[in-house]
Design a protein around this ligand. Structure first.
Ligand code: NAD
Ligand code: DAU
Length: 336
């Protein structure tokens, strides 16, 4: 019988892209466990509803009761995307970050330990390493030095996952990726925010001097790397994932404006994010050397396609901005 893969947070940006990849390429039974917070959009996977290998469960990784229900059936592999993921929100209201990112990961690890789950992939982030100066890149053994409540909660989850490998021999692997871009990203993150604001001729808020640097990777390449780790990664290991596209934020904003043919006068410099990490850069040498990973999306081409996706899927993001997407769950599941 085909394995069952539990994907948590599958209605978010990266989870959506990953669920699609798994259904397209493998015969796994997929369970998507998602709480449907503001960031989870069931409409993203509406077309998968008729696939009999796909099951959506609305549930909270921080609720043991919810997990007991899901784990009543055998789960072979867990890929844990579920998280509160937006740094700015973690500065305003850190509570849910602690609950989901730390308690939620702990609950999943405990459940996986009790049920002898065969593989546990913890989706982490390069933000656990903190901020770089003007040179160098994050390696897997770079000291952990998180600066925001978000990254501190993700670091805590990583430490729990590592401890479960060391103490209980649990088959845990951690991935740490850089900034993703691509279709289905919630329009509060830099790239979709800039695209959708520019399309509406609204101001584009750039934090501080706009010279903070992020290392961008297309979500397809991130998902391909997780797929590799899931099938070929070595238990107990950490794999950094990136695509060597370091860009200052202001370069990204100007690139989007150029693609859309909109004026730079829309740019507005605003007060900086507190504790704003200056620069991220990922060294993906380990996953490249050990697992044969190679990103496939050219940055300029990937950005052009991403901008086009938001232009072509205006209804998708307008429903988010108006809150209409939240009604979809009620319509689909409210009376069930
Ligand atoms: P996202 O915010 O778009 O999606 C998160 C998903 O998790 C949503 O569907 C949400 O409903 C769900 N969720 C939140 N709390 C939950 C809970 N308690 N129980 C069940 N589901 C819950 O996030 P994303 O950008 O897709 O990121 C996914 C993962 O990848 C996160 O763990 C994040 O830390 C990591 N990551 C993201 C990036 C990036 O650039 N976006 C880069 C590296 C790593
Ligand atoms: O590095 C991986 C991380 O990338 C992930 O772990 C996080 O989940 C993901 O949200 C992302 O975090 P960032 O804080 O880097 O992403 P964000 O899109 O929020 O911001 C990118 C950069 O753009 C950052 O330097 C802040 C800046 N920014 C962001 C927003 C929303 C602006 O200048 N203006 C904005 O309006």
């Amino acid at each position: 019988m085909a394995d069952t893969v539990l994907i948590t947070g599958g209605c978010g940006f990266i989870g959506t892209n990953f669920v699609r990849r798994m259904l397209e390429r493998y015969d796994y039974n997929i369970i998507n466990l998602d709480k449907l917070t503001y960031a989870g959009n069931l409409e993203n996977l509406a077309d998968c509803g008729n696939n009999d290998r796909y099951t959506f469960v609305r549930g909270d990784v921080a609720s043991v009761d919810d997990l007991e229900k899901v784990f009543a059936k055998p789960i072979d592999i867990i890929v844990n995307f579920a998280a509160e993921s937006h740094v700015d929100r973690s500065i305003i209201d850190p509570d849910s970050f602690i609950r989901t990112n730390i308690n939620g990961t702990f609950n999943l690890l405990e459940m996986a330990r009790r049920k002898n789950t065969r593989r546990f992939i913890q989706i982490s982030t390069d933000e656990v390493y903190g901020s770089l100066g003007s040179t160098g890149a994050f390696h897997e053994d770079t000291p952990l030095s998180p600066n925001s409540p978000y990254s501190a909660s993700k670091t805590s989850a990583d430490l729990l996952a590592t401890a479960y490998f060391k103490t209980f021999g649990m088959p845990v692997i951690i991935t740490r990726c850089s900034n993703n871009y691509g279709p289905y990203q919630f329009p509060e993150k830099l790239i979709p925010l800039i695209i959708t604001n520019a399309l509406a001729d609204k101001e584009l808020p750039v934090y501080g001097d706009g010279l903070n640097v992020r290392d961008w990777i297309h979500v397809k390449d991130h998902c391909a790397a997780i797929d590799l780790v899931m099938h070929k990664g070595e238990t107990g290991n950490i794999y950094n994932i990136g695509a060597s596209n370091e860009k200052a934020n202001i370069e990204i904003v100007k690139l989007v404006l150029a693609i859309l043919g909109k004026p730079e006068s829309l740019i507005r410099y605003v007060t900086d994010r507190p504790g704003h990490d200056r620069r991220y850069a990922i060294d993906s040498g380990k996953i490249t050397g050990q697992l044969g990973y190679k990103p496939s999306v050219d940055f300029a081409e990937g950005m052009r396609e991403t901008v086009e996706w938001y232009v072509d899927n205006r209804e998708w993001w307008e429903r988010i901005k108006t809150g209409a997407y939240l009604e979809y769950y009620e319509k689909m599941y409210g009376s069930r």
